[in-house]
Design a protein around this ligand. Structure first.
Ligand code: CIR
Length: 252
């Protein structure tokens, strides 16, 4: 399903990044190990992985999902909603222009890629504390040019839309209970996480397997029973910085 993944190593200053998790101080040694294991897992799924170096002044830059949205036709460089993350897109642009035509979100729009969920030919664009309505509409109009449909969806809580909802194929969404009654999502099959396993909503579907965070046995068993091949990865230090499995790469 995907050929490439772009990743960026966490820098020694990664703990200076934004977080509201309240899960304690993260370890550089452990996040480096966890990130390497993630990159290796992508390679084992036959993806060609671009490994960018840490980006000075931007401790959150290893969350490469947020400053760009990449489709089969176009790469859109965003303006992340958090001021400290604005500027991360420039270096990603240099990388992405080897693979795709580039489009760009313009001020006053802001978009975090973590709010953008592609489901087949449709994009759900979360309007959140990071992605504003202006940015969402700019992105939608760019995607329309390439034949995609799009709708906005309100993110009332949680950092990003994909913190709570992800597509896992076969018309099925893996989601927290926050979104279980949202009318825009009514046509999908849903696997709804119990609140104590809500973090595992941020799982990464690669077409033939599902990367899930380690430590959520009930949902792992449920998605396995639904026929998925699950690969568990330890992302404890990433979680301490409000991130998860989708945030660590751009796949296309
Ligand atoms: C931030 O607050 O921007 C980062 N510490 C975490 C970003 C996680 N990205 C994502 O969910 N797509």
């Amino acid at each position: 399903m995907f050929t490439y993944a772009i990743t960026r190593k966490p820098g020694v200053d990664f703990a200076d990044g934004l977080t509201q998790a309240g899960l304690g101080k993260p370890s550089y040694t452990r996040i480096t190990e966890q990130h390497s294991a993630y990159v290796n897992a992508l390679k084992q799924r036959q993806l060609q992985v671009v490994e960018l170096e840490p980006l000075g002044e931007h401790p959150d830059a290893y969350f490469v999902e947020d400053p760009a949205v990449v489709t089969p036709d176009i790469a859109v460089i965003t303006i992340p909603g958090a001021p400290s993350r604005q500027g991360e897109g420039d270096s990603l642009k240099q990388c992405l222009q080897q693979f795709r035509e580039i489009a760009q979100i313009e001020p006053p729009g802001t978009v975090d890629g973590g709010d953008v969920l592609m489901v087949e030919n449709h994009f759900f664009i979360g309007v959140s504390a990071r992605t504003n309505a202006h940015g969402a509409h700019q992105l939608g109009r760019i995607l329309e040019r390439f034949g995609y449909n799009w709708t906005t969806i309100t993110v009332q809580a949680g950092l990003h839309f994909k913190s709570d909802v992800n597509y896992i194929g076969n018309d099925t969404l893996l989601m927290t209970s926050r979104y279980s009654h949202v009318t825009q999502l009514h046509q999908f099959n849903k696997i709804i996480l119990k609140d104590d396993e809500a973090y595992a909503a941020n799982s990464l579907w690669l077409g033939d397997c599902l990367f899930m965070p380690q430590g959520f046995p009930e949902i792992k068993n449920r998605v396995e029973r639904a026929g998925h091949h699950v690969i568990q990865l330890d992302v404890s230090e990433v979680r301490k910085m409000d991130g998860g499995l989708t945030c660590l790469s751009l796949r296309f």
